[in-house]
Design a protein. Structure first.
Length: 256
């Protein structure tokens, strides 16, 4: 296995995006200390961009990681055959997103479904994302909801947010604002940033709960602190108009 001398500091978002919430540290080899990892050949940033992101090399200048798609497949295939769920999810993403230049939806779905059967938390979410956006498959909100629901039942916070969001507007499932609100609350309580944003929106508009601008501002603030730009914009709006917060033009400008 090819391993670079780069050290992952667990701040790279590429793997988290690519695996629907799996931490990048799950993709690398432990190298002492919390979240100090040597980057393995299956680092998604290395695969897609040729160099890791958010990594450090003892303050040395950046250099390209010696890795190829062929190296990655050679590493992943035997592990997937042995039932390694991380490898199964990675192979599913590899073929679904055509990372090797060729998309194979049948293989992708097969790997992801096998990962689901083996208990992989993020595999169902990834299938939900594929059907939500129509990536490599026929776009279908109903299919997306089904896969999100499966992942949500396993405790995937973002999948819980997605099911609540879809139920809020009746996308692929019967509309039920009260139930949607409870699902969104669950995701927000688990730390999902988009869940916090939608909690703010539900309180602001009185969807699934009583309208409460103070609670809306509190949830928008939590989401904004988590880096959600849409929540920050909404919080700026509330400060500008003095809704749920004391009117403050400086804070309105800060968040808008």
């Amino acid at each position: 296995m090819v391993v670079s001398e780069w050290y992952c500091n667990d701040s790279c978002a590429v793997c988290a995006i690519g695996l629907g919430g799996f931490p990048v540290s799950a993709m690398a080899i432990a190298k002492g200390g919390a979240f100090r990892m040597r980057v393995a050949i299956i680092c998604m940033a290395a695969l897609t961009l040729g160099t890791p992101i958010g990594c450090s090399q003892k303050n040395a200048p950046a250099k390209k990681v010696p890795v190829t798609m062929a190296d990655s497949l050679e590493y992943l295939r035997p592990r997937a055959e042995a039932g390694d769920t991380t490898a199964l999810v990675w192979l599913g993403q590899y073929y679904l997103l055509a990372r090797g230049g060729v998309r194979d939806t049948t293989k992708a779905i097969g790997f992801l479904k096998q990962a689901i059967a083996e208990g992989a938390l993020g595999a169902g979410f990834e299938l939900g994302e594929a059907y939500w956006f129509g990536t490599g498959v026929q776009q279908s909100y109903a299919a997306a909801y089904g896969h999100y629901s499966d992942a949500a039942s396993r405790g995937h916070a973002t999948a819980i947010e997605r099911t609540g969001r879809m139920m809020l507007d009746g996308m692929g499932v019967e509309k039920n604002e009260k139930q949607a609100f409870e699902l969104i609350r669950q995701s927000a309580d688990r730390g999902d940033v988009r869940g916090a944003y939608w909690m703010g929106s539900c309180y602001l508009d009185g969807r699934g709960t009583d309208k409460n601008e103070v609670r809306a501002s509190e949830w928008y603030a939590k989401a904004a602190d988590g880096g959600d730009a849409e929540a920050a914009s909404q919080l700026g709006y509330l400060y500008y108009h003095g809704k749920g917060v004391t009117k403050d033009q400086q804070k309105a400008f800060k968040y808008s």
